[in-house]
Design a protein around this ligand. Structure first.
Ligand code: URP
Ligand code: ZN
Ligand code: ZN
Ligand code: ZN
Length: 480
């Protein structure tokens, strides 16, 4: 097994920073210390650099079917995981949505195998809980997925006609989640209000892309967040609200947490670094910014940062759902499949490669959060919430050697043309960032070496998770 010594860097964990050497043996960190006479096969000089746990993106949609399976996101598990590495992310959590004609269990097994064959980094999968009208015995599959595949997080949709659950289904699902030690995730928007407002906009002829924002108001998100908190609290289930975009919704979380409720919120770079004002005047090209909940007014951003710094929001994930603007031959209809008509624009934006750079620049360089809070938001908290800690999310003895050596002085301009995601635009195009991953290790494999990617990266591994923070070791294919 290869040994690696990373010398002289400043190790940044959520709890604090120290300057020390890190010794890696095979897949695991085996030593952290100062002045030791460690020998290793390769040595990395990290003086002047930060040594951080690899980023964990708890919310991605790779080769993900949407709009009743009529289209699919453009990044597959190969291109998406490679883009992640270039951005300093070494673990992602994606989703399984029940396919028509298959059960949730069958869909899961197939998708896990697809991802195992393609991903170059470790990953887990959240289960999306379908309405019982789509699968009457879905709770049996959820039990089995949790017991046999370590699926300890399930997502409930409160919006999107084909996926949304009513309050009874939410209560029943959260009840089961609590019983099994599973974390309940919600996409919190009031789907009925979104549908009604979309219909009103269509009737008024207001279908240009930027009107998407008006169909997804702050109230619709805040109402759903409030209701999700009430329902989860009623059944004593811990709750994680994905992609919080509205300051009003974040305030609901802050108030619930102040009362002691077990609720957590995630926000995304697109809500912090871009705004409605950036796409309002773009015409059809505003399709590139359409996601749900929407990218909101610039005046909304400061409050999100305040909630991130103060703790009402606990993680930053991307909700990476990439599409192309120009239609490639080998992909189903992408962003511009219905120019001038937002109700049919595929929802979702890219960001998997940009997350650490953008949040470092605006958050740490911008003086809003310190490096420890950065690591907490990017790696430690997602690891703890999703049953991966302390295997991941920390640079500690015994942890997986998922390590990012970060150059806080590196100067870089974000451009789609030099990015690795399979898309032809970037929300942060032209943004100057100070701070870049120069070395990236995934379980000891040196995937990025001074910016150069490994020729033969090897496979990532499916992560069977527990709710307790002690993940079950993943099983080999032969053991299943
Ligand atoms: O617009 C979005 N967020 N697309 C991805 C699917 C989802 O709702 O998370
Ligand atoms: Zn969502
Ligand atoms: Zn999503
Ligand atoms: Zn590359």
């Amino acid at each position: 097994m290869t040994t690696t010594l990373i010398t002289g860097g400043t190790i940044v964990n959520a709890e604090g920073q120290i300057t020390a050497d890190v010794l890696v043996d095979g897949e695991i960190i085996v030593g952290i210390g100062v002045g030791r006479r460690w020998q290793a096969d390769q040595e990395i000089d990290a003086r002047g650099k930060l040594v951080m746990p690899g980023g964990i993106d708890a919310h991605t949609h790779l080769e993900y079917p949407i709009d009743a399976f009529t289209t699919q996101t453009s990044d597959d598990f190969a291109t998406g995981s490679r883009a992640a590495v270039h951005g300093g992310t070494t673990t992602f959590l994606d989703f399984v949505k029940k396919a028509p004609g298959n059960t949730l269990w069958e869909t899961f097994v197939e998708r896990q195998a697809t991802a195992e064959a393609k991903s170059i980094i470790d990953f887990g999968l959240h289960a999306i809980v379908p309405p019982t009208s789509q699968q009457a015995d879905v709770h049996d599959d959820l039990r089995r997925l949790t017991a046999e595949r370590g699926v300890t997080s399930w997502k409930f949709f409160m919006a999107y006609a084909a996926q949304m659950l009513d309050d009874g289904e939410l209560l029943a699902g959260m009840d089961l989640a609590r019983e099994l030690g599973v974390l309940s995730l919600v996409h919190a928007e009031n789907g009925h209000m979104v549908s009604r407002d979309t219909d009103l906009l269509i009737a008024a002829g207001h279908t240009q892309e930027h009107y998407h924002l008006q169909a997804h108001g702050h109230e619709q998100e805040a109402e759903a967040v409030h209701r999700a908190i009430v329902l989860a609290t009623a059944v004593d289930a811990p709750l994680y609200v994905v992609h919080v975009s509205s300051a009003q919704a974040a305030t609901e979380l802050a108030q619930a947490r102040a009362r002691g409720a077990r609720v957590w919120g995630e926000t995304c770079p697109q809500y912090l670094a871009t705004a409605y004002e950036d796409y309002e005047g773009l015409g059809d090209a505003a399709a590139g910014y359409i996601c749900s909940p929407p990218i909101r007014e610039r005046s909304n951003q400061d409050a999100l940062w305040t909630h991130l710094a103060a703790g009402a929001l606990s993680t930053v994930a991307t909700d990476h759902a990439a599409f192309c603007m120009a239609q490639p031959d080998d992909l189903p209809p992408q962003k511009l499949r219905s120019p001038g008509y937002f109700p049919k624009t595929p929802n979702g934006v890219p960001g998997l490669e940009d997350r650490l750079k953008v949040i470092w620049e605006l958050g740490v360089v911008g003086g809003r959060i310190d490096p420890c809070r950065f690591v907490d938001l990017m790696a430690a908290s997602p690891a703890k919430l999703f049953g991966l800690y302390p295997q991941k999310g920390t640079v500690s003895v015994g942890a997986d050697a998922d390590i990012v050596v970060w150059d806080p002085e590196a100067d870089h301009i974000v451009r789609a043309a030099t990015s690795h995601s399979r898309t032809d635009y970037n929300l942060y195009e032209g943004m100057r960032v100070t701070g870049m991953p120069v070395h990236v290790f995934s379980r000891g494999r040196h995937l990025l070496d001074d910016g150069v990617e490994a020729a033969d990266p090897g496979p990532g591994r499916y992560l069977a998770r527990t709710a307790s923070g002690t993940p079950v070791p993943s099983r080999r294919k032969s053991e299943r």
